[in-house]
Design a protein around this ligand. Structure first.
Ligand SMILES: [Zn+2]
Length: 267
């Protein structure tokens, strides 16, 4: 351990140093993706970044401590916000720009000897699967994608009364558990948020989901929130995190240990 930085976490790239990384083999890099966007009136603009950062830190810590050679990259703070442009400071990076950024960073990881990368996405507006298709065959880095809110969809539907979309019960529970000091409340202590009701489409095909569009968020929502946050509790946020850490760290350990033979990633 580095004598000059006793609290350095060696699984966090931004905290570690060249002396420690120079001769260290990294099997799996984890790259969290967030967004800068309004979250009803009670959660901070950086909610998705904070979620991505905290989940990334916890899963890499668990995997590293169990012997997996993992490294957490800094959060990509900007996400795709084209459909939130009516809101101030919804800072957009278009899908094609996001692809270009990921391609460049993947190249740097490749030069650094990394061959397995997990994109840990926290923002529903980031559609990253096309990036995997675009880069397949053009890099020696295997890119995996986890939208964490989909990885726990089943548990979330029993944990939360209103399994939701954006700034609702799940994200608010998460915030109550991990960044309660950033939650806005009124004088009585109630969340400074409306009930996150969303507008219905006039087309049955869109309501049923077999025709899709990118939704104009200022027409869909009242105050940018989609989902009711008022039943949120810190305990639900903690419970969700326990499931995430268990599930994702186990995958990281498996991935780190798996040889890159000619059948990879199949048995
Ligand atoms: Zn969010």
């Amino acid at each position: 351990m580095n004598q000059q930085a006793p609290s350095l976490r060696p699984w966090v790239l931004a905290e570690t140093n060249y002396g420690l990384l120079r001769d260290r083999r990294v099997e799996v890099a984890v790259w969290p993706f967030g967004a800068v966007e309004p979250h009803n009136l009670h959660l901070p603009y950086g909610t998705d970044c904070l979620e991505a950062q905290i989940i990334g830190e916890k899963i890499c810590e668990r995997a590293y401590q169990q012997g997996a050679a993992v490294l957490l990259l800094p959060v990509m703070p900007f996400g795709t916000e084209t459909n939130l442009q009516a809101f101030p400071f919804a800072l957009n990076v278009s899908p094609s720009t996001l692809l270009a950024v990921i391609r460049d960073v993947v190249e740097s990881l490749e030069r650094s000897g990394v061959r397995k990368l997990l994109l840990l996405n926290s923002h529903g507006g980031n559609d990253l699967k096309p990036v995997l298709r675009e880069l397949y065959g053009r890099t020696s880095v295997w890119i995996f994608l986890c939208n964490w809110y989909q990885a726990v969809r089943q548990e979330a539907s029993s944990l939360f009364e209103h399994p939701d979309d954006h700034a609702g019960e799940m994200e608010t529970s998460f915030a109550l558990a991990f960044f309660p000091h950033l939650i806005a409340r009124d004088v009585s202590g109630k969340l400074l948020a409306d009930d996150g009701k969303t507008a219905r489409f006039r087309f049955r095909a869109l309501e049923d989901g077999w025709v899709t569009i990118t939704r104009p968020w200022h027409l869909l929502t009242t105050q940018s929130g989609a989902g009711n946050p008022h039943c949120a509790t810190a305990e639900k946020g903690q419970a969700l995190m326990r499931i995430l850490v268990e599930r994702l760290s186990e995958f990281l350990i498996e991935l780190a240990q798996s040889p890159l033979d000619e059948r990879f990633p199949f048995v």
